[in-house]
Design a protein around this ligand. Structure first.
Ligand code: PLP
Length: 403
């Protein structure tokens, strides 16, 4: 086995430097814990950017992957396989009545959603093609998705931008109405903005958004790449968005990534049946999308979340964690606000922290900082109360150590 420094030397020669990687080589994981090649142990409060929703090496997911791997690896999407159907049925049970298209990532799911919104728009009028999204949003890194993303840094250097995309402020209804002309085919919104700094959508704004989309025949797309699969203390983040009667304000299309594969590459575009029916053969596809091994894992993730009631667990631990952080005197002076739902939590600091991720790693906890001064916590949704408490203690110590 190579040492850490040998692997880092080899990596420098052969890997593109597009990630700000830390000089740590991770080698093993179990539950909410990971170990590096030097033997250091960490509590993982970020779960591989939210991918490892059931933590590392969950026995049920190992069994789902290996059983399927021994049976059938892959066939083209000219054939049916049962794992695809079984997983899509689970989405119908937990989200809303819909039909699924499978791909590998969040950005691909969003691309598919935008294509479908345009198909629907152009069936109504050849000029109905534009997409509106929100400032501070993130939707992926393809050319079209950086055009949809509301963060200038993500777009810089890749001009000219793909045409037809514009952004308004989240919650600014007047701005939205002004941006929405008859050429708008789709509106894309994250139920909780993730990369932007953990900003939940206000239910009243969601209601107005839904009304506007219905009135103008616009396809409403919820980008649930961060907020899907129990992360927020509901099966899907949009289930927090309810009207005055408690009815969930549903989208026309929901997109999933990250957690839906449990760490394997899975993306899903899930659309209401009458809209989904526009995506006829030849309009879209993905060679390895819906791979049986991945689908069996995705379906099993749903089974485990349901069987162990992890949606409630995430809600309970999230509330506990937010209260714990809000009441800690050691860090009160350093914090502007704590936001989020379930186990998707943002801690906004007063000042941009110096090397906070490194300080946290030294204390044995993995966290993330986004939007320059928002600490993001997104542990596996099955994290034990004990690990959550220990992890939070280390987060607090790390914040307290900031100048
Ligand atoms: N949408 C949201 C809300 C995201 O946060 C991300 C990635 O962070 C994406 C889409 C893109 O997902 P992927 O990296 O799987 O392409």
């Amino acid at each position: 086995m190579s040492t850490t420094s040998e692997i880092l030397d080899r990596a420098a020669k052969v890997l593109i430097g597009n990630y700000a990687r830390l000089p740590i080589v991770m080698s093993r994981g179990e539950g909410s814990r990971v170990w590096d090649a030097a033997g250091n142990e960490y509590i993982d409060l970020f779960a591989g950017f939210g991918g490892c929703v059931l933590g590392h090496c969950h026995p049920a997911l190992i069994a789902a992957a290996t059983e399927q791997a021994a049976k059938l690896w892959h066939v083209g999407n000219t054939f049916h396989t049962e794992p695809q159907v079984a997983f899509a049925e689970r989405l119908n049970k937990t989200a809303f009545e819909g039909k699924a298209f499978f791909c590998h990532s969040g950005l691909e799911a969003n691309e598919a959603a935008v294509k479908l919104a345009r198909l629907r728009g152009q069936a109504a009028s050849p000029k109905k093609w534009k997409i509106v999204s929100f400032n501070k949003s993130f939707h992926g890194r393809s050319l079209a998705m950086i055009a949809a993303t509301g963060n200038p840094a993500v777009k810089a250097g890749f001009e000219p931008a793909v045409p037809g995309f514009s952004q308004v402020d989240l919650g600014d209804l007047e701005g939205l109405v002004a941006a929405v002309d008859d050429e708008v085919a789709g509106i894309v919104v994250e139920p909780i903005q993730g990369e932007g700094g953990i900003y939940p959508v206000d239910p009243h704004f969601a209601m107005e958004l839904r009304k506007l989309c219905d009135k103008k025949q616009i396809t409403l797309i919820y980008d649930e790449v961060w907020t899907g699969c129990g992360r927020t203390g509901k099966w899907f983040g949009h289930q927090w968005l309810t009207d005055a009667h408690g009815n969930v304000i549903k989208p026309d299309i929901m997109t999933l990534g990250k957690a839906v594969g449990g760490g394997l590459p899975v993306g899903v575009m899930f659309a209401r049946p009458e809209i989904a029916s526009l995506l006829v053969p030849g309009k879209h596809g993905c060679t390895l999308g819906g791979n049986p091994i991945c689908m069996n894992v995705s379906k099993t993730i749903c089974d485990v979340i349901e069987k162990e009631d992890l949606v409630t667990h995430a809600a309970t631990l999230g509330e506990h964690g937010m209260a714990r952080l809000k009441n800690d005197r050691k860090i009160a002076g350093k914090i502007v606000s704590i936001r989020g739902r379930g186990l998707f939590i943002g801690i906004e600091l007063k000042n941009t922290p110096e090397k906070l991720v490194e300080k946290a790693l030294e204390r044995g906890v993995i966290l993330n900082v986004t939007a320059s001064k928002v600490i993001r916590l997104a542990p596996p949704v099955n994290i034990s109360l004990d690990d959550w408490n220990k992890g939070l203690d280390r987060v607090v110590e790390s914040i307290a150590s900031l100048a």
